[in-house]
Design a protein around this ligand. Structure first.
Ligand SMILES: C[S@@+](CC[C@H](N)C(=O)[O-])C[C@H]1O[C@@H](n2cnc3c(N)ncnc32)[C@H](O)[C@@H]1O
Length: 218
């Protein structure tokens, strides 16, 4: 149960092959820059409790290395969930498939209320659902639209813990290892801790470490 202040790919490279039961992550895509330049994400520019105004972007050119490392560290018969926007998903899906993953579908996170945007106000985000080998979901009755209200506690783009708990419950069992190589406020790791999973994560930003360390009993 450890937090690493390292680049995601470098950190993954340090992990043994076939050692992780579940990956849930949310990289900072290049497309965020585009939306930010247009001014539609201005509320994310300044984080009250963050030492930097915004976090570093992970360039699309590094996706191949990222998905190949995630595939390598995952055990056979495991799942990988990737929070993704509607532009980046078309780039990353074929690369993840080329790395060996089966792509099942995008899940929809319904935030239950409208947010920003001028061409239909944003109410959802995608979570791409990938599989290495074959693993059965715990609850075959769960729908592909997951409703959960946004959270805003000071870290940009924070995800709700109950949303991630659903994914962890579906794709792992108690004691298994869940990782997040871009942990941000630590939502994935908190959800893993709540459900008695082992957890590890990396993030380059000091502010992410400040946020996550407060929430986790590392
Ligand atoms: C979209 S946020 C993650 C938010 C997180 N899911 C949450 O619920 O709080 C992306 C994170 O990736 C981190 N990051 C950016 N470049 C990185 C890199 N090369 N390696 C690891 N982390 C990186 C940023 O510091 C930021 O905290």
């Amino acid at each position: 149960m450890r937090l690493f202040q390292l680049d995601a790919v470098e950190w993954l490279q340090s992990l043994p092959a076939n050692s992780v039961d579940l990956v849930i992550t949310d990289p900072p895509y290049e497309s965020l820059e585009k939306h930010r330049a247009k001014g539609t994400t201005t509320r994310l520019k300044h984080s009250k409790s963050s030492s930097n105004d915004w976090f570093a972007i992970f360039p699309n050119a590094r996706f191949v290395a990222l998905v190949e490392e995630i595939y390598r560290v995952l055990k056979n018969n495991s799942h990988f969930y990737l929070f993704c926007d509607q532009e980046t998903m078309f780039e990353i899906k074929p690369l993840a498939e080329a790395a060996g993953f089966k792509f099942w579908k995008p899940l929809v996170w319904d935030k239950c209320a409208i947010g920003m945007g001028y061409h239909y106000r944003a109410r959802y985000e995608f979570i791409l659902f990938f599989e290495k080998g074959k693993r059965k979901l715990q609850d075959l009755g769960m729908p592909d639209v997951l409703q959960e209200k946004r959270v805003w506690r000071g870290y940009p783009t924070e995800k709700p813990v109950p949303l991630i708990e659903k994914l962890i419950g579906q794709s792992s069992t108690a004691g298994q290892l869940v990782i997040d190589p871009f942990f941000g406020s630590g939502a994935t790791l908190v959800a893993a801790q709540n459900l008695n999973r082992e957890w590890q994560g990396a993030d380059v930003a000091p502010s992410a470490h400040e946020h996550a360390a407060k929430r986790l009993k590392a």
